[in-house]
Design a protein around this ligand. Structure first.
Ligand code: NAP
Ligand code: ZN
Ligand code: ZN
Length: 351
């Protein structure tokens, strides 16, 4: 067993605070990673505060993990001590169902094991995430990082990157297509960068007028202030695909009406309450309303390699772990530019 430290919430109404715990001794195909940086996803906040009503406490979030391999089990073949490595939202799955066999571990029919708030397949113990000094994980769920990417800025690729890359690929986004990205937060800004790199005409929808110039620099060809009805109407029935990355309740129908016939709006943002869909917006023009969950391990590696090739990382604001609640507060005000990343060296400082 390894003594570890991190930041965890003891209850939905308690702030994250220093937390000591133990990680398991290495199983034969496990690697142990010393965590250098961990991105801060809005899911961490939803989970820590039990907004999805399924949190097991203590809750130690963090699933955008990068660091260095410090130990490998005897059966490990993909990693060596000293190499950089990364872990995203998944640390295990059944590996034998149809979805796992297709490399879609996130849709494991027997339930994937989340990096945090998951139940270990062998012991049933609650999993603890990346707001910590080290992590132990089966090598099958550990990713290789391209050497040319800045380590801290690559961390958010492990959730924000793959969660936007996967639906963009599935709905075959590419040149000649008009693609909408809704919400310029962690996911949204990766969606803009990736859709732009895939060659699409990218339109960013934002509620924050002060993000317009940034959005253009990030790769948006057009920016629409979503509260402005006239600006919205100008795009009626014109989109091939829209990816909604919004973390809070909002009117989804305003976007469905902007789709062409047969086009799809895919929801990745996961607000606490159900979103109301006006069925006529689907019926007329045979539009689709879909969802997508992170991405499988093979596709996550494909996304990292794509980002290596195109030099894509996240635009980040580096913070100390002691400031995590402040970062959550800013996230709730849409004041994120465009992903907080925790410098795990700060764990060694006094709380
Ligand atoms: P984030 O950084 O907080 O960004 C969310 C953005 O949504 C904000 O920056 C804001 O953009 C927009 N927004 C916020 N409140 C809004 C409102 N009331 N109306 C309209 N727009 C609003 O969050 P994130 O980390 O990108 O995560 C986004 C959502 O995706 C979260 O719900 C998260 O849990 C979910 N998620 C899902 C998956 C998956 O697999 N499906 C994976 C990771 C995360 P503007 O200022 O531009 O309007
Ligand atoms: Zn996430
Ligand atoms: Zn499975």
């Amino acid at each position: 067993m390894f003594s570890c430290t991190g930041y965890a919430a003891e209850a939905a109404d308690k702030p994250l605070a220093p937390f000591s715990f133990e990680r398991r001794a290495l199983r034969p195909s496990d690697v142990r990673i010393e965590i250098a940086y961990c991105g801060v996803c809005h899911s961490d906040l939803h989970q820590a505060r039990n907004e999805w009503k399924n949190t097991v406490y203590p809750c130690l979030p963090g699933h955008e993990i990068v660091g260095k391999v410090v130990e490998v089990g005897p059966q490990v073949t993909k990693f060596k001590v000293g190499q950089n490595a990364a872990i995203g939202c998944l640390v295990d799955s059944c590996r034998s169902c149809a979805s796992c066999k297709e490399g879609l571990e996130q849709y494991c029919e027997n339930g994937f094991v989340g990096t945090y708030n998951g139940a270990d397949k062998q012991t049933g113990e609650n999993t603890y995430g990346g707001y910590s000094d080290q992590i132990v994980c089966d090598e099958s769920f550990v990713l290789h990082l391209p050497d040319n990417l800045d380590l801290a800025a690559a961390a958010p690729l492990l959730c924000a990157g793959i969660t936007t890359y996967s639906p963009l690929k599935r709905w075959k986004v590419g040149p000649g297509q008009k693609v909408g990205i809704v919400g310029l937060g962690g996911l949204g800004h990766m969606g803009v960068k990736l859709a732009h790199a895939m060659g699409a005409h990218v339109v960013l929808f934002t509620t924050s007028p002060n993000k317009v110039e940034d959005a253009k620099k990030l790769g948006a060809d057009e920016v629409v202030i979503s509260k402005d009805k006239e600006q919205m109407q100008a795009h009626a029935s014109s989109f091939d695909f829209i990816l909604d990355c919004v973390a809070a309740n909002h009117d989804i129908n305003e976007y469905i009406w902007l789709l062409k016939r047969d086009a799809t709006l895919c929801q990745v943002g996961a607000p606490e309450d159900p979103l109301a869909v006006a069925v006529f917006s689907l019926i007329f023009s045979r539009r689709n309303f879909a969802g997508s969950l992170i991405g499988g391990i093979a596709e996550t590696q494909e996304m990292l390699d794509f980002c290596g090739k195109h030099g894509i990382t996240s635009d980040i604001e580096l913070i100390n772990i002691q400031d995590i609640e402040k970062a959550y507060g800013r996230m709730l005000k849409s004041d994120v530019k465009y992903r907080f990343v925790v410098d795990m060296a700060s764990l060694k400082q006094a709380a």
